[in-house]
Design a protein around this ligand. Structure first.
Ligand code: ZN
Ligand code: ZN
Length: 83
Protein backbone atom coordinates (compact mmCIF):
# COMPACT_ATOMS: atom_id res chain seq x y z
CA UNK A 1 0.00 0.00 0.00
CA UNK A 2 1.22 3.49 -0.80
CA UNK A 3 1.98 5.79 2.08
CA UNK A 4 2.00 9.54 1.99
CA UNK A 5 3.51 11.77 4.65
CA UNK A 6 2.72 15.36 5.49
CA UNK A 7 5.83 17.48 5.00
CA UNK A 8 4.91 19.73 7.93
CA UNK A 9 4.11 17.16 10.62
CA UNK A 10 4.98 13.71 9.25
CA UNK A 11 1.50 12.28 9.70
CA UNK A 12 0.90 9.24 7.54
CA UNK A 13 -2.02 8.74 5.16
CA UNK A 14 -2.91 6.10 2.57
CA UNK A 15 -3.98 8.65 -0.03
CA UNK A 16 -3.19 12.27 -0.92
CA UNK A 17 -6.93 12.94 -0.95
CA UNK A 18 -7.33 12.10 2.75
CA UNK A 19 -4.03 13.79 3.65
CA UNK A 20 -4.99 17.13 2.10
CA UNK A 21 -8.51 16.99 3.59
CA UNK A 22 -7.33 17.24 7.20
CA UNK A 23 -5.97 20.22 9.15
CA UNK A 24 -2.29 20.14 10.02
CA UNK A 25 -1.24 20.77 13.64
CA UNK A 26 2.17 22.02 12.41
CA UNK A 27 1.06 24.09 9.44
CA UNK A 28 3.51 27.00 8.90
CA UNK A 29 0.66 29.54 9.09
CA UNK A 30 -0.25 28.27 12.56
CA UNK A 31 -1.57 25.12 14.20
CA UNK A 32 -4.52 23.82 12.12
CA UNK A 33 -4.63 27.02 10.03
CA UNK A 34 -4.15 24.97 6.91
CA UNK A 35 -4.24 21.44 5.57
CA UNK A 36 -1.54 18.80 5.51
CA UNK A 37 0.66 18.96 2.41
CA UNK A 38 2.19 15.83 0.88
CA UNK A 39 5.94 15.26 1.17
CA UNK A 40 7.00 14.74 -2.43
CA UNK A 41 10.27 12.94 -1.84
CA UNK A 42 10.62 9.18 -1.64
CA UNK A 43 10.43 7.19 1.58
CA UNK A 44 13.85 7.12 3.26
CA UNK A 45 15.55 5.61 6.28
CA UNK A 46 16.86 9.07 7.13
CA UNK A 47 15.50 12.55 6.42
CA UNK A 48 17.66 15.66 6.18
CA UNK A 49 16.55 19.20 7.02
CA UNK A 50 16.81 21.34 3.89
CA UNK A 51 17.85 24.40 5.92
CA UNK A 52 20.47 23.07 8.32
CA UNK A 53 21.29 19.51 7.25
CA UNK A 54 20.38 17.81 10.52
CA UNK A 55 19.29 14.20 10.07
CA UNK A 56 16.31 12.45 11.59
CA UNK A 57 14.91 8.95 11.29
CA UNK A 58 11.37 10.18 10.53
CA UNK A 59 9.61 13.26 9.16
CA UNK A 60 7.61 13.38 12.38
CA UNK A 61 10.69 13.81 14.58
CA UNK A 62 12.35 16.17 12.09
CA UNK A 63 9.36 18.52 11.96
CA UNK A 64 8.90 18.49 15.75
CA UNK A 65 12.21 20.27 16.41
CA UNK A 66 13.05 23.95 15.88
CA UNK A 67 15.55 24.72 13.16
CA UNK A 68 18.56 26.94 14.00
CA UNK A 69 18.78 27.98 10.32
CA UNK A 70 15.10 28.54 9.60
CA UNK A 71 14.59 31.27 6.94
CA UNK A 72 12.26 33.21 9.31
CA UNK A 73 15.04 33.36 11.93
CA UNK A 74 16.95 31.02 14.18
CA UNK A 75 14.49 28.58 15.79
CA UNK A 76 11.48 30.60 14.55
CA UNK A 77 10.22 27.54 12.72
CA UNK A 78 10.64 23.81 12.45
CA UNK A 79 13.04 21.77 10.36
CA UNK A 80 11.75 21.01 6.87
CA UNK A 81 12.59 17.78 5.03
CA UNK A 82 14.71 17.96 1.87
CA UNK A 83 13.34 15.89 -1.01
ZN1 ZN B 1 0.60 17.87 8.63
ZN1 ZN C 1 16.85 22.47 10.19
Amino acid sequence: MEKYYCKYCGMEYSSIRSLTAASCPRHPAGSCKGKHAPYEGSEKSEYTCKYCGQKYSSIRSLTSASCPRHPDGSCKGKHSPAL
